[in-house]
Design a protein. Structure first.
Length: 498
Protein backbone atom coordinates (compact mmCIF):
# COMPACT_ATOMS: atom_id res chain seq x y z
CA UNK A 1 0.00 0.00 0.00
CA UNK A 2 1.51 3.36 -0.98
CA UNK A 3 2.22 5.80 1.81
CA UNK A 4 2.19 9.56 1.55
CA UNK A 5 3.91 11.09 4.59
CA UNK A 6 6.57 13.78 4.23
CA UNK A 7 9.06 11.65 6.19
CA UNK A 8 8.53 8.53 4.06
CA UNK A 9 10.98 7.41 1.39
CA UNK A 10 9.92 7.66 -2.25
CA UNK A 11 7.72 4.68 -3.20
CA UNK A 12 9.54 2.04 -5.25
CA UNK A 13 7.54 -0.74 -6.95
CA UNK A 14 8.30 -3.60 -9.29
CA UNK A 15 4.71 -3.73 -10.56
CA UNK A 16 2.36 -1.22 -12.16
CA UNK A 17 -0.64 -2.29 -10.11
CA UNK A 18 0.06 -0.30 -6.87
CA UNK A 19 0.14 2.87 -8.95
CA UNK A 20 -2.46 2.27 -11.64
CA UNK A 21 -4.95 -0.09 -9.90
CA UNK A 22 -7.88 -0.90 -12.21
CA UNK A 23 -6.17 0.83 -15.12
CA UNK A 24 -3.06 -1.39 -14.97
CA UNK A 25 -3.61 -3.09 -18.34
CA UNK A 26 -3.90 0.24 -20.16
CA UNK A 27 -0.83 1.45 -18.28
CA UNK A 28 1.10 -1.69 -19.29
CA UNK A 29 0.47 -1.00 -22.97
CA UNK A 30 1.59 2.58 -22.49
CA UNK A 31 4.81 1.55 -20.72
CA UNK A 32 5.50 -0.95 -23.52
CA UNK A 33 5.22 1.91 -25.99
CA UNK A 34 7.59 4.01 -23.89
CA UNK A 35 10.05 1.13 -23.67
CA UNK A 36 9.85 0.54 -27.44
CA UNK A 37 10.58 4.24 -28.08
CA UNK A 38 13.50 4.03 -25.66
CA UNK A 39 14.95 0.91 -27.33
CA UNK A 40 14.57 2.47 -30.76
CA UNK A 41 16.43 5.63 -29.72
CA UNK A 42 19.04 4.24 -27.32
CA UNK A 43 19.50 0.62 -28.42
CA UNK A 44 18.36 -1.22 -25.30
CA UNK A 45 15.84 -1.04 -22.45
CA UNK A 46 15.74 1.59 -19.66
CA UNK A 47 17.00 0.70 -16.19
CA UNK A 48 13.99 2.21 -14.41
CA UNK A 49 10.93 4.43 -14.78
CA UNK A 50 9.88 7.31 -12.55
CA UNK A 51 6.40 8.76 -12.74
CA UNK A 52 4.58 11.63 -11.06
CA UNK A 53 0.98 12.83 -11.48
CA UNK A 54 -0.81 16.09 -12.22
CA UNK A 55 -3.16 17.44 -9.58
CA UNK A 56 -6.43 19.21 -9.07
CA UNK A 57 -6.92 21.55 -6.13
CA UNK A 58 -10.27 20.91 -4.45
CA UNK A 59 -10.23 23.97 -2.20
CA UNK A 60 -7.79 26.63 -0.95
CA UNK A 61 -6.92 28.87 -3.91
CA UNK A 62 -4.17 31.49 -3.86
CA UNK A 63 -3.35 30.92 -0.22
CA UNK A 64 -0.32 28.58 -0.35
CA UNK A 65 2.02 31.54 -0.87
CA UNK A 66 0.35 33.26 2.11
CA UNK A 67 1.48 30.32 4.25
CA UNK A 68 -1.89 28.56 4.48
CA UNK A 69 -2.79 24.91 3.87
CA UNK A 70 -4.52 23.75 0.67
CA UNK A 71 -6.50 20.63 -0.20
CA UNK A 72 -5.58 19.03 -3.55
CA UNK A 73 -5.62 15.47 -4.86
CA UNK A 74 -3.35 13.72 -7.32
CA UNK A 75 -4.88 12.89 -10.71
CA UNK A 76 -4.55 9.65 -12.68
CA UNK A 77 -2.83 11.50 -15.54
CA UNK A 78 0.94 11.59 -15.13
CA UNK A 79 4.39 12.00 -16.63
CA UNK A 80 6.65 8.97 -17.02
CA UNK A 81 10.43 9.31 -17.30
CA UNK A 82 12.25 6.18 -18.53
CA UNK A 83 15.95 6.41 -17.74
CA UNK A 84 19.30 4.65 -18.12
CA UNK A 85 22.86 5.55 -17.27
CA UNK A 86 24.83 5.87 -20.49
CA UNK A 87 26.76 8.45 -22.47
CA UNK A 88 28.38 11.53 -20.90
CA UNK A 89 25.48 13.94 -21.47
CA UNK A 90 21.83 14.31 -20.55
CA UNK A 91 19.91 13.22 -23.65
CA UNK A 92 16.25 14.10 -23.10
CA UNK A 93 13.75 12.63 -25.59
CA UNK A 94 9.97 12.40 -25.73
CA UNK A 95 7.72 9.71 -27.18
CA UNK A 96 5.92 12.59 -28.91
CA UNK A 97 9.07 13.73 -30.69
CA UNK A 98 7.19 15.93 -33.15
CA UNK A 99 5.87 18.15 -30.37
CA UNK A 100 8.82 17.78 -27.98
CA UNK A 101 12.05 17.37 -29.95
CA UNK A 102 15.20 15.82 -28.47
CA UNK A 103 17.34 18.07 -26.25
CA UNK A 104 20.91 17.50 -25.11
CA UNK A 105 22.48 19.08 -22.02
CA UNK A 106 25.78 18.75 -20.19
CA UNK A 107 25.98 16.78 -16.94
CA UNK A 108 27.26 19.85 -15.06
CA UNK A 109 24.80 20.46 -12.18
CA UNK A 110 25.90 24.13 -12.08
CA UNK A 111 24.72 24.84 -15.64
CA UNK A 112 22.28 27.71 -16.10
CA UNK A 113 18.73 27.06 -17.27
CA UNK A 114 18.17 29.29 -20.28
CA UNK A 115 14.79 30.82 -19.39
CA UNK A 116 15.03 33.15 -22.39
CA UNK A 117 14.96 30.14 -24.71
CA UNK A 118 12.03 28.32 -23.18
CA UNK A 119 12.07 24.65 -24.17
CA UNK A 120 10.50 21.56 -22.64
CA UNK A 121 13.87 20.01 -21.74
CA UNK A 122 14.44 22.86 -19.23
CA UNK A 123 12.12 21.07 -16.81
CA UNK A 124 14.46 18.08 -16.72
CA UNK A 125 17.52 20.27 -16.20
CA UNK A 126 15.76 22.23 -13.43
CA UNK A 127 15.06 18.94 -11.61
CA UNK A 128 18.62 17.72 -12.20
CA UNK A 129 20.06 20.92 -10.69
CA UNK A 130 17.59 20.69 -7.81
CA UNK A 131 18.82 17.22 -6.79
CA UNK A 132 22.46 18.32 -6.60
CA UNK A 133 21.60 21.60 -4.90
CA UNK A 134 19.65 19.80 -2.23
CA UNK A 135 22.62 17.51 -1.58
CA UNK A 136 24.84 20.57 -1.20
CA UNK A 137 22.35 22.24 1.17
CA UNK A 138 22.41 19.14 3.36
CA UNK A 139 26.19 19.19 3.31
CA UNK A 140 26.28 15.74 1.68
CA UNK A 141 28.99 14.63 -0.68
CA UNK A 142 27.55 14.58 -4.22
CA UNK A 143 28.23 11.51 -6.37
CA UNK A 144 30.00 12.14 -9.67
CA UNK A 145 27.31 13.18 -12.20
CA UNK A 146 26.63 10.47 -14.78
CA UNK A 147 25.28 10.84 -18.28
CA UNK A 148 21.64 9.84 -18.69
CA UNK A 149 19.46 8.66 -21.54
CA UNK A 150 15.87 9.71 -21.01
CA UNK A 151 12.52 9.06 -22.69
CA UNK A 152 9.53 11.05 -21.40
CA UNK A 153 5.82 10.48 -21.93
CA UNK A 154 3.13 12.68 -20.39
CA UNK A 155 -0.66 12.46 -20.24
CA UNK A 156 -1.27 15.60 -18.11
CA UNK A 157 -2.84 18.22 -20.39
CA UNK A 158 -0.38 21.11 -20.64
CA UNK A 159 -1.33 24.72 -19.88
CA UNK A 160 -4.64 23.80 -18.24
CA UNK A 161 -3.85 24.36 -14.56
CA UNK A 162 -3.35 20.65 -13.77
CA UNK A 163 0.37 20.99 -13.03
CA UNK A 164 1.94 19.17 -15.93
CA UNK A 165 5.10 21.09 -15.01
CA UNK A 166 5.21 19.68 -11.46
CA UNK A 167 4.62 16.19 -12.90
CA UNK A 168 7.65 16.33 -15.20
CA UNK A 169 9.88 18.06 -12.63
CA UNK A 170 9.03 15.57 -9.86
CA UNK A 171 9.34 12.49 -12.13
CA UNK A 172 12.67 13.79 -13.48
CA UNK A 173 14.03 14.44 -9.97
CA UNK A 174 13.18 10.88 -8.88
CA UNK A 175 14.79 9.45 -12.02
CA UNK A 176 17.99 11.45 -11.42
CA UNK A 177 18.08 10.39 -7.76
CA UNK A 178 17.61 6.73 -8.69
CA UNK A 179 20.40 6.74 -11.26
CA UNK A 180 22.81 8.38 -8.80
CA UNK A 181 21.84 6.20 -5.83
CA UNK A 182 20.52 9.22 -3.90
CA UNK A 183 17.65 8.87 -1.43
CA UNK A 184 15.59 11.75 -0.09
CA UNK A 185 12.27 11.72 1.76
CA UNK A 186 9.07 12.74 0.00
CA UNK A 187 9.04 15.99 1.98
CA UNK A 188 12.55 16.83 0.82
CA UNK A 189 11.69 16.12 -2.82
CA UNK A 190 8.51 18.22 -2.52
CA UNK A 191 10.51 21.15 -1.10
CA UNK A 192 13.41 21.16 -3.51
CA UNK A 193 11.34 20.52 -6.65
CA UNK A 194 9.18 23.55 -5.74
CA UNK A 195 12.35 25.67 -5.65
CA UNK A 196 13.78 23.97 -8.75
CA UNK A 197 10.71 24.81 -10.82
CA UNK A 198 11.57 28.47 -10.36
CA UNK A 199 14.54 27.92 -12.70
CA UNK A 200 11.99 27.60 -15.46
CA UNK A 201 10.71 31.08 -14.59
CA UNK A 202 7.65 30.36 -12.43
CA UNK A 203 7.33 31.46 -8.80
CA UNK A 204 5.69 28.36 -7.44
CA UNK A 205 3.75 28.29 -4.18
CA UNK A 206 4.65 24.67 -3.34
CA UNK A 207 1.24 22.96 -3.51
CA UNK A 208 1.72 21.26 -6.88
CA UNK A 209 4.98 19.43 -6.16
CA UNK A 210 3.82 18.40 -2.67
CA UNK A 211 0.69 16.63 -3.90
CA UNK A 212 2.42 15.18 -6.96
CA UNK A 213 4.92 13.47 -4.63
CA UNK A 214 2.67 12.74 -1.63
CA UNK A 215 -0.68 11.92 -3.29
CA UNK A 216 -2.36 8.59 -2.50
CA UNK A 217 -5.06 6.51 -4.22
CA UNK A 218 -8.51 7.29 -2.87
CA UNK A 219 -7.25 10.04 -0.55
CA UNK A 220 -7.10 13.80 -0.93
CA UNK A 221 -4.47 15.62 1.12
CA UNK A 222 -4.39 18.64 3.34
CA UNK A 223 -1.01 20.08 2.39
CA UNK A 224 0.61 22.50 4.82
CA UNK A 225 3.86 24.41 4.56
CA UNK A 226 6.99 25.41 6.47
CA UNK A 227 7.87 22.58 6.60
CA UNK A 228 5.82 20.92 3.88
CA UNK A 229 3.61 18.10 5.16
CA UNK A 230 0.46 16.30 4.07
CA UNK A 231 -2.35 14.68 6.05
CA UNK A 232 -5.07 12.37 4.73
CA UNK A 233 -8.56 13.55 3.87
CA UNK A 234 -10.90 10.68 3.03
CA UNK A 235 -13.61 11.91 0.66
CA UNK A 236 -17.20 10.74 1.21
CA UNK A 237 -18.13 7.42 -0.44
CA UNK A 238 -19.38 7.89 -4.01
CA UNK A 239 -17.76 11.32 -4.48
CA UNK A 240 -16.30 12.02 -7.91
CA UNK A 241 -14.56 15.19 -9.04
CA UNK A 242 -14.99 16.11 -12.69
CA UNK A 243 -12.31 18.30 -14.20
CA UNK A 244 -13.30 20.43 -17.21
CA UNK A 245 -11.01 22.70 -19.18
CA UNK A 246 -12.48 26.09 -20.10
CA UNK A 247 -9.95 26.15 -22.96
CA UNK A 248 -9.18 29.76 -22.15
CA UNK A 249 -5.40 29.61 -21.88
CA UNK A 250 -3.82 31.73 -19.21
CA UNK A 251 -0.11 32.05 -19.71
CA UNK A 252 0.94 32.61 -16.12
CA UNK A 253 4.47 33.66 -16.90
CA UNK A 254 3.47 36.28 -19.48
CA UNK A 255 0.57 37.76 -17.52
CA UNK A 256 2.27 37.57 -14.11
CA UNK A 257 2.68 41.32 -13.62
CA UNK A 258 -1.06 41.88 -14.04
CA UNK A 259 -2.29 38.66 -12.47
CA UNK A 260 -0.42 36.12 -10.31
CA UNK A 261 2.56 38.18 -9.14
CA UNK A 262 0.38 41.28 -8.69
CA UNK A 263 -1.80 39.31 -6.27
CA UNK A 264 1.30 38.22 -4.31
CA UNK A 265 2.32 41.90 -3.99
CA UNK A 266 -1.21 43.01 -3.05
CA UNK A 267 -1.36 40.41 -0.26
CA UNK A 268 1.93 41.59 1.23
CA UNK A 269 0.85 45.23 1.07
CA UNK A 270 -2.48 44.33 2.69
CA UNK A 271 -0.60 42.50 5.45
CA UNK A 272 1.66 45.51 6.04
CA UNK A 273 -1.26 47.97 6.09
CA UNK A 274 -3.12 45.76 8.59
CA UNK A 275 -0.05 45.44 10.80
CA UNK A 276 0.30 49.23 10.88
CA UNK A 277 -3.36 49.68 11.73
CA UNK A 278 -2.90 47.15 14.53
CA UNK A 279 -0.22 49.27 16.14
CA UNK A 280 3.03 47.95 14.63
CA UNK A 281 5.75 50.48 13.82
CA UNK A 282 6.43 51.24 10.17
CA UNK A 283 9.69 49.35 10.44
CA UNK A 284 7.96 46.24 11.79
CA UNK A 285 5.16 46.47 9.24
CA UNK A 286 7.67 46.62 6.38
CA UNK A 287 9.10 43.26 7.46
CA UNK A 288 5.75 41.46 7.21
CA UNK A 289 5.43 39.26 4.12
CA UNK A 290 2.25 37.22 4.49
CA UNK A 291 -1.26 37.67 5.83
CA UNK A 292 -0.67 34.67 8.09
CA UNK A 293 1.94 36.68 10.01
CA UNK A 294 -0.74 39.24 10.91
CA UNK A 295 -2.92 36.64 12.67
CA UNK A 296 -1.31 36.99 16.14
CA UNK A 297 -1.65 40.79 15.95
CA UNK A 298 -5.36 40.44 15.20
CA UNK A 299 -5.73 37.91 17.99
CA UNK A 300 -4.09 40.30 20.46
CA UNK A 301 -6.53 43.07 19.60
CA UNK A 302 -9.70 41.07 19.03
CA UNK A 303 -9.57 39.06 22.25
CA UNK A 304 -12.18 36.46 23.02
CA UNK A 305 -12.75 32.80 22.25
CA UNK A 306 -13.06 33.35 18.50
CA UNK A 307 -10.09 35.68 18.17
CA UNK A 308 -7.98 33.22 16.19
CA UNK A 309 -10.67 32.32 13.66
CA UNK A 310 -11.28 33.86 10.29
CA UNK A 311 -14.29 35.69 11.79
CA UNK A 312 -11.95 37.96 13.75
CA UNK A 313 -9.61 38.34 10.79
CA UNK A 314 -12.45 39.30 8.44
CA UNK A 315 -13.78 41.78 11.02
CA UNK A 316 -10.32 43.32 11.30
CA UNK A 317 -10.02 43.71 7.53
CA UNK A 318 -13.51 45.23 7.28
CA UNK A 319 -12.67 47.73 9.99
CA UNK A 320 -9.04 48.57 9.23
CA UNK A 321 -8.72 48.63 5.43
CA UNK A 322 -10.70 50.95 3.19
CA UNK A 323 -12.78 50.01 0.16
CA UNK A 324 -11.39 50.61 -3.30
CA UNK A 325 -7.83 50.69 -4.52
CA UNK A 326 -4.83 52.12 -2.65
CA UNK A 327 -2.52 54.21 -4.81
CA UNK A 328 1.25 53.71 -4.78
CA UNK A 329 1.61 57.14 -3.12
CA UNK A 330 -0.86 56.33 -0.36
CA UNK A 331 0.91 53.07 0.53
CA UNK A 332 4.33 54.74 0.40
CA UNK A 333 3.10 57.37 2.81
CA UNK A 334 1.65 54.75 5.16
CA UNK A 335 4.80 52.63 5.18
CA UNK A 336 7.24 55.55 5.04
CA UNK A 337 9.19 54.10 2.15
CA UNK A 338 9.29 53.94 -1.64
CA UNK A 339 7.78 50.64 -2.76
CA UNK A 340 10.76 50.10 -5.05
CA UNK A 341 12.95 50.22 -1.91
CA UNK A 342 10.67 47.80 -0.07
CA UNK A 343 11.12 45.31 -2.92
CA UNK A 344 14.78 45.98 -3.65
CA UNK A 345 16.35 42.91 -5.26
CA UNK A 346 12.99 41.22 -5.97
CA UNK A 347 12.86 41.33 -9.76
CA UNK A 348 9.35 39.91 -10.22
CA UNK A 349 7.84 42.32 -7.66
CA UNK A 350 9.69 45.28 -9.22
CA UNK A 351 8.12 44.36 -12.58
CA UNK A 352 4.72 44.40 -10.87
CA UNK A 353 5.42 47.89 -9.46
CA UNK A 354 6.47 49.08 -12.90
CA UNK A 355 3.19 47.89 -14.42
CA UNK A 356 0.69 48.98 -11.73
CA UNK A 357 0.07 52.13 -9.71
CA UNK A 358 -2.90 51.03 -7.65
CA UNK A 359 -3.53 47.99 -5.49
CA UNK A 360 -6.65 46.31 -4.13
CA UNK A 361 -5.87 45.42 -0.54
CA UNK A 362 -9.21 44.90 1.20
CA UNK A 363 -10.75 42.51 -1.34
CA UNK A 364 -7.60 40.37 -1.54
CA UNK A 365 -7.28 40.07 2.26
CA UNK A 366 -10.98 39.22 2.59
CA UNK A 367 -10.52 36.40 0.07
CA UNK A 368 -7.42 34.96 1.74
CA UNK A 369 -8.83 34.97 5.29
CA UNK A 370 -12.14 33.44 4.20
CA UNK A 371 -10.59 30.89 1.82
CA UNK A 372 -8.02 29.65 4.34
CA UNK A 373 -10.90 28.78 6.70
CA UNK A 374 -12.70 26.79 3.99
CA UNK A 375 -9.77 24.35 3.85
CA UNK A 376 -10.05 22.97 7.43
CA UNK A 377 -13.84 23.28 7.14
CA UNK A 378 -13.75 21.02 4.05
CA UNK A 379 -11.55 18.53 5.90
CA UNK A 380 -13.81 18.57 8.96
CA UNK A 381 -16.89 17.86 6.86
CA UNK A 382 -15.10 14.86 5.30
CA UNK A 383 -14.10 13.57 8.74
CA UNK A 384 -17.51 14.13 10.32
CA UNK A 385 -20.00 11.37 10.94
CA UNK A 386 -22.77 13.13 8.98
CA UNK A 387 -24.74 11.20 6.31
CA UNK A 388 -23.07 11.18 2.89
CA UNK A 389 -25.69 13.42 1.22
CA UNK A 390 -25.30 16.02 3.93
CA UNK A 391 -21.50 15.90 3.64
CA UNK A 392 -21.66 16.33 -0.13
CA UNK A 393 -24.04 19.27 0.15
CA UNK A 394 -21.70 21.04 2.60
CA UNK A 395 -18.62 20.35 0.49
CA UNK A 396 -20.45 21.64 -2.57
CA UNK A 397 -21.40 24.81 -0.73
CA UNK A 398 -17.77 25.42 0.30
CA UNK A 399 -16.67 24.96 -3.32
CA UNK A 400 -19.33 27.37 -4.59
CA UNK A 401 -18.32 29.95 -1.98
CA UNK A 402 -14.69 29.53 -3.00
CA UNK A 403 -15.53 30.22 -6.64
CA UNK A 404 -17.58 33.31 -5.77
CA UNK A 405 -14.68 34.62 -3.68
CA UNK A 406 -12.14 33.96 -6.45
CA UNK A 407 -14.44 35.74 -8.92
CA UNK A 408 -15.53 38.75 -6.85
CA UNK A 409 -12.77 39.35 -4.30
CA UNK A 410 -9.60 37.86 -5.76
CA UNK A 411 -10.70 38.59 -9.35
CA UNK A 412 -8.87 35.57 -10.74
CA UNK A 413 -11.73 34.06 -12.71
CA UNK A 414 -12.58 34.75 -16.36
CA UNK A 415 -15.68 35.00 -18.54
CA UNK A 416 -15.09 31.43 -19.77
CA UNK A 417 -14.52 29.99 -16.29
CA UNK A 418 -17.66 31.66 -14.95
CA UNK A 419 -19.67 30.37 -17.91
CA UNK A 420 -18.31 26.84 -17.43
CA UNK A 421 -19.06 26.89 -13.69
CA UNK A 422 -22.62 27.93 -14.52
CA UNK A 423 -22.98 25.10 -17.05
CA UNK A 424 -21.52 22.66 -14.48
CA UNK A 425 -24.03 23.74 -11.87
CA UNK A 426 -26.88 23.53 -14.38
CA UNK A 427 -25.73 20.01 -15.27
CA UNK A 428 -26.13 18.92 -11.65
CA UNK A 429 -22.76 19.63 -9.98
CA UNK A 430 -23.19 19.76 -6.20
CA UNK A 431 -20.36 22.29 -6.11
CA UNK A 432 -18.18 23.79 -8.84
CA UNK A 433 -15.25 26.18 -8.93
CA UNK A 434 -12.19 27.25 -10.85
CA UNK A 435 -9.07 25.33 -9.84
CA UNK A 436 -5.43 26.41 -9.86
CA UNK A 437 -4.33 29.96 -10.54
CA UNK A 438 -7.40 30.83 -12.65
CA UNK A 439 -7.77 33.56 -15.33
CA UNK A 440 -8.37 30.52 -17.56
CA UNK A 441 -7.71 26.79 -17.29
CA UNK A 442 -9.91 24.27 -15.53
CA UNK A 443 -12.91 23.95 -13.27
CA UNK A 444 -13.50 21.14 -10.76
CA UNK A 445 -17.01 19.93 -9.95
CA UNK A 446 -18.27 17.66 -7.21
CA UNK A 447 -20.62 15.05 -8.67
CA UNK A 448 -22.22 11.87 -7.31
CA UNK A 449 -20.71 8.73 -8.81
CA UNK A 450 -24.04 7.59 -10.28
CA UNK A 451 -24.59 10.97 -11.98
CA UNK A 452 -21.17 11.31 -13.60
CA UNK A 453 -21.97 10.06 -17.12
CA UNK A 454 -25.12 12.16 -17.44
CA UNK A 455 -23.29 15.18 -15.99
CA UNK A 456 -20.44 14.93 -18.49
CA UNK A 457 -22.89 14.59 -21.40
CA UNK A 458 -24.75 17.72 -20.30
CA UNK A 459 -21.56 19.76 -19.93
CA UNK A 460 -20.38 18.59 -23.35
CA UNK A 461 -23.66 19.86 -24.81
CA UNK A 462 -23.75 23.06 -22.77
CA UNK A 463 -20.12 24.18 -23.09
CA UNK A 464 -18.06 22.12 -25.49
CA UNK A 465 -20.40 21.50 -28.48
CA UNK A 466 -20.22 25.19 -29.37
CA UNK A 467 -16.42 25.01 -29.43
CA UNK A 468 -16.56 21.89 -31.61
CA UNK A 469 -18.98 23.64 -33.98
CA UNK A 470 -16.66 26.67 -34.12
CA UNK A 471 -13.79 24.36 -35.08
CA UNK A 472 -11.77 25.16 -31.94
CA UNK A 473 -11.65 21.55 -30.77
CA UNK A 474 -12.32 18.18 -32.33
CA UNK A 475 -15.21 16.04 -31.07
CA UNK A 476 -12.90 13.04 -30.62
CA UNK A 477 -10.66 15.07 -28.26
CA UNK A 478 -13.46 15.89 -25.82
CA UNK A 479 -12.35 13.19 -23.37
CA UNK A 480 -9.14 15.20 -22.77
CA UNK A 481 -11.11 18.34 -21.90
CA UNK A 482 -13.62 16.87 -19.47
CA UNK A 483 -13.00 13.79 -17.34
CA UNK A 484 -13.88 12.27 -13.99
CA UNK A 485 -11.17 11.60 -11.48
CA UNK A 486 -10.78 10.05 -8.08
CA UNK A 487 -7.66 10.69 -6.01
CA UNK A 488 -4.80 8.76 -7.61
CA UNK A 489 -1.32 7.64 -6.54
CA UNK A 490 1.56 10.05 -6.01
CA UNK A 491 5.03 9.83 -7.49
CA UNK A 492 6.95 6.54 -7.58
CA UNK A 493 9.95 4.79 -9.05
CA UNK A 494 9.12 1.62 -11.02
CA UNK A 495 11.59 -1.18 -11.58
CA UNK A 496 9.65 -3.08 -14.22
CA UNK A 497 10.29 -6.18 -16.22
CA UNK A 498 8.16 -5.49 -19.26
P1 LIG B 1 -1.28 26.55 -11.19
O1 LIG B 1 -1.15 27.77 -12.01
O2 LIG B 1 -2.63 25.96 -11.27
O3 LIG B 1 -0.21 25.54 -11.44
C1 LIG B 1 -0.59 28.21 -9.18
C2 LIG B 1 0.60 27.96 -8.25
C3 LIG B 1 0.15 27.29 -6.94
C4 LIG B 1 -0.99 28.07 -6.30
C5 LIG B 1 -2.11 28.26 -7.34
C6 LIG B 1 -3.28 29.08 -6.82
C7 LIG B 1 2.63 27.56 -9.59
C8 LIG B 1 3.51 26.54 -10.24
N1 LIG B 1 1.57 27.09 -8.92
O4 LIG B 1 -1.10 26.97 -9.62
O5 LIG B 1 1.27 27.19 -6.07
O6 LIG B 1 -0.57 29.31 -5.80
O7 LIG B 1 -1.63 28.90 -8.52
O8 LIG B 1 -3.87 28.46 -5.73
O9 LIG B 1 2.87 28.76 -9.69
Amino acid sequence: MPTGGAGDPINVYSELEPVYGDATETARRRYETIKAAFVERFGSAPEAYARSPGRVNLIGEHIDYEGYGVLPMALAVDTVVAVRRGCDQLVVCNVDAAKYPEKVFSVDPAQEVDVGKHNWGNYFVAAYKGVFEHLAEKGQQAPAPVGLEIMVHGTVPTGGGLSSSAAIVCASAMAVMRMHGIEFTKGEVAEFTARAERYVGVTSGGMDQAISIMGMPGIAKLVEFNPVRASDVVLPEGTVFVVANSLAVSNKAESATKHYNLRVVECRLAAAALALALGQSREEARKIITLKEVEPLIEAKYSGPKASTSGAQLAAVQELLHDGAYSTGEIEELLGTKLTDLYEGNASALRVLGANDSFELKKRALHVYAEKQRVPDFRDVCNSGAPVDEKMAKLGQLMDESHASCRDLYECSSVELDALVQVNKGAGAIGSRLTGAGWGGCTVSLVRQEDVDAFIEKVKEGYFQGLVAAGRIKAEELGEHIFASKPAAGGAVLNLRL
